[in-house]
Each structure stands twice: as C-alpha cells, then as structure tokens.
Design a protein around this ligand. Structure first.
Ligand code: IMP
Ligand code: MG
Length: 179
C-alpha cells in the first residue's frame, strides 16, 4: 500500500484500522469509568509508545483523574526485547493512597511492566492496574496481568498509533505490521 507517511517502507497489512481503534478505546474508557467508582485516579502513561493512546483514552473516561507519564527504556532500535529495563523519567506525582492506572501501548514479554509495577508498588498506592492497548499474550514474566486490554496483538511487529520501529511510524493513525 502507498502511504506518504511510510516513506517508501512497505507495510504488510493493516492490523487495526483507525475506526476499530477509536471504537475500542471508547469501550475501554467506559470500562475504566465503571471500574473506579471512587478515589483519586492517576493515569500513568509509559512513554513514548502510549502517548496517543493515553490522550485518546482519558478523553473517554467520565470521572476526575490526573495524568502523568514515565519513561522506561527497553528496546532501542531492536525488534526483540533485551529485558534490560531502565526508569529514565520517574513521575513526580505522589502515588501513596491513589489508584494508579498504568497505560502501556503493547505487552510483549511483560518485562517492562513487571519492572515498573515493582518500582511503583513500593510507593504504597491504593491500587495498581494496567491498561494495555495490545497484548501479544506471551507475557510469561507477568505477575500482574492487565485488567484492561484493547486487542490481542497478532504475532507480528506492529507500528503506528504510538508504536515505533526505530522511532519511525508513531504518527500513523492505524496499526500496521511491517514486512
Ligand atoms: P515487553 O517488555 O517485552 O513487554 O515489551 C514492551 C515494549 O516493547 C512496548 O512498550 C513497546 O515499546 C515495545 N514493543 C513490543 N512489541 C512491539 C511491536 O510489535 N512493535 C513496536 N514496539 C513493540
Ligand atoms: Mg518502542
């Protein structure tokens, strides 16, 4: 397919269209709204991959909340997880006593999330749950399965809607797999 945003790179197929994503994000917003009847809710997006998902998701949640981000470094330009996870930016917000909703673009091995939950859990939040847009369902390292999942991801390398390959393609409004 020809899309000027791809700069000549071939896309194998579109895995999730813009319409499918927005419909599912709307439902996830309803689920999150229903899941937190009371208490202070802090939505924590894992940068950079979740930046579009967080911005769409929070606009579908009909309750008070705050938004912050954290930066974790894992993959670099590789297509496989190194398992080498670092907290590069730590959220400044107080976590104690608040409900934390961690928002992740895609769960692959689950190493990234496992490590982040470990670190944040020490700050005594009221709860920690995970909302992932995509789950590859081979997360064997996950002690804390995601409470909210948008889609089951095909076993392919995906780009778009925040997901990158070597920092490219994050701005695609759909999710595609690369050749
Ligand atoms: P995990 O630690 O193996 O679960 O890896 C999760 C992180 O790897 C995600 O936050 C993404 O940044 C990246 N990742 C995993 N699979 C893909 C993919 O198919 N496309 C783009 N990035 C991916
Ligand atoms: Mg990435």
């Amino acid at each position: 397919m020809i899309d000027p945003r791809l700069d000549g790179c071939a896309v194998k197929r579109i895995a999730f269209t813009e319409g499918q994503i927005s419909e599912r994000v709307r439902q996830l917003g309803d689920d999150v709204t229903a899941a937190y009847p009371e208490g202070d809710l802090l939505v924590l997006g894992l940068l950079k991959g979740s930046f579009i998902f967080v911005s769409d998701l929070v606009r579908q949640v009909r309750r008070s909340l705050q938004v912050d981000f954290l930066v974790v470094s894992s993959y670099g330009a590789e297509k496989v997880s190194s398992g080498n996870v670092r907290l590069v930016y730590d959220p400044q917000a107080e976590l104690r006593g608040r409900h934390i909703l961690l928002v992740e673009d895609i769960i692959d091995s689950g190493r990234t999330l496992g490590r982040v939950i470990e670190v944040l859990g020490e700050r005594e939040p009221a709860s920690i749950e995970v909302c992932a847009l995509l789950d590859k369902h081979h997360a064997t390292h996950l002690t804390h399965p995601p409470r909210f999942v948008g889609f089951t991801a095909p076993n392919e390398f995906l780009v778009g809607y925040g997901l990158d390959h070597a920092e490219n393609f994050r701005h695609l409004p759909y999710i595609a797999s690369l050749e």
